[in-house]
Write a new protein. Structure first.
Lengths: 225, 88
């Protein structure tokens, strides 16, 4: 059966097309596009993508307004029903603001916008999204954010580590994130939020293709499921 | 009724913005500044009969991120109680 992914577009999203292209590249099926004001999602979805960008101009806090947009009720319900959700960059911020992932993303410790390719260590390979990597594998993925400084209290961080829910860690402390966390999973392992952009690492022409395995693993895992 | 909501980072949460402002103040020659924390002031104009619980819910659900921030609500009634020395 064809792979059915939906990519949500908020006002101010700017990586929605990149995310849709990445999903189509590995699945062969165009991703469905959903607007933030929609109150329902397409049925029988295999995956929901929340893209990077600056939804609602980052008003109040990054991701705060988008987390309360009409479509997010449907996204929350779908996530609770087991539909995998991938949030990249602003999508990660939206997932934390919506309460689908723990913690918060604060202003980078160095106060500057960071836009460069960084090395990440794959910490957990037991999730749908990270199954295509080897444990401890170092991959190079671009980051482009101002608010990527992951914060959660020590108890939450200990719990995330104990439950294998840290998906990726920065090898160099680029933004001040607690314990160098670059991506976290929810308790089910089916919701992943990450600041780096795997959809920008799909082709050699982009400077590397280390992001491809993430999408390939998700599509493979879901089509065979 | 005019309501002010003060949103600030929880104690213990590093405030890079406050630190940068602190350094800038020192650079301007202001001595004796021990710490700077940058927060946010949100002014609301709400119906006079808006219950406190509704204001609290607004703060918890949207205006503040309870993972990293605290909030303080200032209503005319609470401000009056504070100036008259009564417990607010």
């Amino acid at each position: 059966m064809a792979f059915r992914a939906a990519v949500i577009t908020f006002p101010g999203s700017n990586c929605d097309r990149d995310l849709a292209v990445a999903l189509e590249t590995v699945s062969g099926t165009p991703a469905l596009r959903v607007w933030h004001g929609d109150t329902a999602l397409p049925d029988r979805l295999d995956l929901i993508g929340l893209p990077g960008g600056f939804s609602y101009g980052d008003y109040l806090r990054s991701g705060a307004m988008a987390a309360h947009s009409p479509v997010m009720r449907a996204v929350k319900a779908a996530a609770e029903a087991g539909v995998p959700v991938l949030g990249v960059c602003n999508g990660f911020q939206v997932l934390t603001e919506a309460g689908l992932l723990p913690g918060a993303l604060m202003r980078n410790a160095g106060q500057t916008f960071i836009c460069r390719t960084v090395p990440l260590r794959v910490e957990s390979t037991r999730s749908l999204f990270t199954a295509g990597y080897a444990p401890g594998q170092v991959i190079r993925i671009p980051v482009a954010h101002h608010d990527g400084n992951y914060f959660a209290d020590a108890d939450t961080l200990d719990r995330l580590e104990g439950e294998g829910r840290i998906a990726f860690r920065y090898l160099d402390a680029c933004n001040g994130s607690q314990r160098d966390i670059a991506g976290v999973l929810d308790a089910s392992g089916r919701v992943l939020g990450m600041m780096p952009h795997p959809e920008r690492a799909m082709e050699d022409e982009q400077g590397g293709r280390d992001g491809r395995a993430l999408f390939e693993a998700a599509v493979r895992g879901l089509v065979s499921a | 009724m005019k309501v002010r909501v003060h949103v600030s980072l929880k104690p213990g949460v590093l405030d890079p913005q406050g630190r940068a402002v602190h350094h800038a103040l020192e650079g301007l020659g202001f001595a004796g500044v021990r710490d700077v924390r940058v927060g946010r002031l949100i002014e609301l104009d709400v119906a006079d009969d808006t219950p406190d619980e509704a204001l609290e819910a607004m703060c918890r659900d949207l205006l503040a991120n309870m993972v990293i921030e605290d909030y303080r609500i200032e209503t005319p009634a609470r401000a009056a109680a504070a100036t008259s020395g009564e417990p607010g």
